[in-house]
Write a protein that binds this ligand. Sequence first.
Ligand code: UDX
Length: 442
Amino acid sequence: MGCKIAVFGTGYLGATHAACMAELGHDVLGVDIDSNKLASLASGKAPFFEPGLDEVLQANIENGRLRFTTSYPEAADFADIHFIGVATPQKRGEFAADLSYVDSVIADLAPLLTRPATIFGKSTVPVGTAARLQQTVLGLAPARDDVEVAWNPEFLREGYAIRDTLQPDRIVLGIDRERPGRAEQVARQVYSDIIATGVPFLVTSRETAELAKTSANAFLATKISFINAMAEVCDVAGADIIELADAIGYDPRIGRKFLNAGVGFGGGCLPKDIRAFMARAGELGANQALTFLREVDSINMRRRASTVEKTRELVGGSLIGARVAVLGAAFKPDSDDVRDSPALNIAGQIQLQGASVAVYDPKAMENSRRLFPTLEYAVGVAEACIGADITLVLTEWEEFRNLDPAKLKTLVREPRIVDGRNCLDPERWRACGWTYNGLGTR
Ligand code: UDX
């Protein structure tokens, strides 16, 4: 027997979670305040690009297990298991996370809870949030302490969201250790099929669960900035960062994953999560513990600036009047997400220095245009590259990895390429007469 579940927030996290819970056999109601988003989802089409998601949406809408609504009363009436998957963006002008969306779900939902219920937070939040929300719920919910707030962080990666949700590395559940209620039992029921496959299920305090998410992202960001710092050293020492990453990555204690040097990390999670983590540690009086994350952040941002500088040098010292082709705008391949994308950020900086920049991305054109309307957008690689003085590959889409250097050479003005993701084969490009430049490579 499936559970009845409401999922609040239908962005990358919420929509995927709702669809996957239905896929597991539960009856799911996706809730959002944005009726346009819901209309798109209800028609079986996610309002963003995520491989495989539309198929899961469609199958479960058809079999009747997945529906969407803007109505909180409907959700409170339908389900006793509520997941919160709304965004926690960076506050304007501050490092801290903006919790207003999470807070407003609780403010609107809690007064409607007249029966015992469990609220599972999935959003990335500062440590201490779940305990605070429990107090709010206690004050607002007619069912009072029969409503439990637990934290169940989500570790999914965009581009692999379905797989990461249905076959996660682990499930972490943070509960109130002082007064454990039904949350663990409910979560075991919701995730029973996944747990049965042997996926580790870790029950912790709510604080540990909240920290598990922020510290995982901090570690990943640190790993990327570490290798990018090594790339800076490789550049001045005449060494090669790819060979170096291979050489250290074979040590299983280090591991080769997340050691790809390039223009650095972006997206809706890592950059804002490390900042929110620093802010929270400061509030709790442990700011020294995380000062290294400032350095992680600056190494990362330096990648963008140094790619702009490298481009300027390669076109002869000034970008004024240069024609620049930028291939890639999404923060990573298989995504149309351009939030804090290094690619778009670099394209924008280059344009601000006087170049004319043509951008092409296989999926992120619409989102890019919305964020950076002043850049020029081409319909394909060929159009972006016509007459280019320099070509920059800034997102490692398969389409760009497979480009034919000989063909592209006939379109550009100068066969110069900057491989911002170290994803091309230098020998192949050089053999066709291109000046190839990786980041931290020879
Ligand atoms: C991340 C975490 O991986 C995920 O567990 C968490 O739930 C949300 O944040 P995501 O933002 O989807 O997921 O992307 P991820 O694959 O982690 O990549 C983040 C950024 O790092 C991208 O811009 C990517 O291009 C960059 N990256 C990744 C590198 O520059 N080098 C690498 O070796 C790996």
